[in-house]
Design a protein around this ligand. Structure first.
Ligand code: NAP
Length: 469
């Protein structure tokens, strides 16, 4: 087979919110189609280069259309490359899975009449997917890339590129955000096009986000609200609810980093209802780096809790999605007065974050008890802690949490567990747990033993704590 002739014409520097890239223009000599390579860092002669082979999607990439996950995948890939400092996005001009923009819009109209994305293409006389990747393979060869880690959910793309001689050493998943507008489209991609999407809604085989909440949930949430309000009245500190999902063997996160969706559609909706019942939602910086979560309330009616990240040394990337949260992000750290933190602090404040400077614990990390006192002072009456492993471990080990809502998914997964270093006593025993079946998952709702702290008076101001910037 003749190699596809592509010609690199010109490259230029392109600064973007996700960092500074080189954009190289290519022409496919067979049909004069223009393609692009968006590059960062040194990739020539390298192995394992982070690569996304992205097919143009005007509606998703430019307009941010919610009908598909293209725009999100493009920007997620740019963020991942920026985090790593090197990588390539090949932007191929094959709109609408190769059928062109006009035909794609016709297919959208058919989808609005109830046909799925595959049937709509077939009805218009097209294949389900008409893309081809020989120009991409030729561009990678032109850039002298030896092997790649491909950011994709599409096994067909992996097969086709491999067939074109590209060495793929790893696949990096790009898990999409499921919305009402893209749920059916994503379900079709997973079910009919073999896309490797670990969609929570697919676990129950349902493409609808309108799954009913188990009947006991409303009562449990109301009782939790009452407990939280009573706790705050008495202690002037937030009531802390731990909420996380685990596999049958206790895994909460992927071994190699990146998101590990465990909850099914029903427990996921319950989790969103639980978010809406709290004033704030808190995660550790490890979760931000691994999952880049949004922490909004999307699957039920209700308002977003205030997002908070515990990040001692301000490692939060400026491109983290939480920085675009409608409520603005609060970041708890160990003191902006430390010289080394100043550039990061300035950067995050420019990105809209509010920094809470706190004292350190013995390990030089944020003192979580001092953080709770500070949050109480800021009027936060209830906090839902949604991970990750270490933050939950610290709160449990130091008896700083009052309630736990655990989702247990019917799977065994080799991954990360919650470390309980420093746990006082041999175990923590739940008090009068309630069990709720949520689709295929079991949810455990229980108060946590909370020995001496229940009776403490509000703590004095933490030493070194400064009012939030
Ligand atoms: N299954 C679930 O429901 C669920 C939910 C969320 C996350 N996850 C998973 O959990 C994993 C992330 O967990 P992780 O343990 O790496 O990160 P994490 O618990 O989100 O964050 C841990 C980091 O928080 C910072 N921190 C500051 N003060 C702390 C303190 N007093 N105690 C503990 N940590 C403190 C530390 O970094 P600094 O020292 O830099 O401050 C620490 O490394 C990912 O795999 C994610 O997918 C699972």
């Amino acid at each position: 087979m003749q190699p596809t002739p592509v010609r690199r014409t010109i490259c230029a520097r392109i600064p973007t919110p996700e960092g500074e890239y080189q954009l190289c223009h290519y022409v496919d000599e067979r049909n004069q189609k223009e393609h692009l390579a968006l590059m960062m860092g040194d990739v020539t002669g390298q192995d394992g280069v982070l690569v996304r082979v992205h097919s143009e999607c005007f509606t998703g990439d430019v307009l941010g259309s919610q009908r598909c996950d293209c725009g999100e995948q493009l920007h997620r890939a740019m963020r991942l490359i920026a985090q790593e400092g090197a990588g390539i996005i090949l932007y191929l001009r094959q709109e609408g899975r190769g059928i062109g923009l006009e035909q794609k819009l016709r297919a959208y109209n058919l989808q609005d009449q109830g046909y799925d994305t595959v049937d709509a293409n077939l009805m218009l006389g097209h294949q389900a997917d008409e893309r081809e990747y020989s120009a991409a393979a030729a561009m990678l060869r032109d850039l002298e890339v030896r092997s790649i880690r491909l950011m994709t959910n599409n096994p067909d793309k992996i097969d086709r590129l491999t067939g074109l001689g590209i060495v793929i050493v790893n696949r990096i998943a790009l898990e999409p955000t499921v919305t009402r507008d893209n749920a059916a489209y994503l379900a079709t991609k997973a079910q009919r096009m073999r896309h490797l999407l670990n969609l929570p809604m697919l676990a129950d085989g349902a493409a609808s986000l309108d799954v009913a909440l188990p009947s006991q949930v409303a009562g449990q949430i109301e009782s939790l609200r009452q407990r939280a309000a009573a706790h705050f009245r008495q202690h002037r500190r937030p009531f802390v609810t731990l909420s996380y999902a685990q596999s049958l063997d206790g895994t909460v996160g992927a071994q190699e980093g990146g998101p590990l969706p465990l909850s099914g559609p029903t427990s996921l909706r319950v989790t969103h209802a639980l978010r809406a019942a709290h004033d704030a939602i808190l995660v550790g910086i490890g979760t931000v780096l691994a999952d880049d979560p949004q922490l909004t309330v999307r699957l039920v009616e209700g308002s977003h809790p205030q997002p908070i990240v515990v990040d001692s040394h301000l490692r939060c990337p400026p491109q983290a999605r939480l920085l675009a949260h409608p409520k603005g992000l609060w970041i708890a750290h160990v003191g902006a007065h430390t010289n080394g933190l100043l550039p990061a602090a300035t950067h995050l404040q420019h990105a809209g974050a509010r920094l809470l400077a706190l004292p350190t614990n013995a390990e030089g990390q944020v003192d979580l008890e001092a953080l709770l006192v500070e949050l109480g002072r800021l009027g936060i009456q209830s906090v839902m802690v949604e991970g990750g492993a270490r933050i939950i471990g610290s709160l449990l080990a130091h008896s700083l949490a009052h309630f736990a809502v655990l989702t247990i998914a019917p799977r065994f997964v080799d991954g990360r567990r919650i470390p309980l270093a420093g746990l006082v006593g041999p175990s923590i025993d739940l008090l009068d747990p309630a069990y709720i079946q949520a689709g295929q998952d079991v949810m455990v709702w229980s108060a946590l033993p909370h020995p001496e702290r229940q009776t403490l008076q509000p703590a004095p101001p933490p030493t070194g704590a400064r009012p939030p910037a």
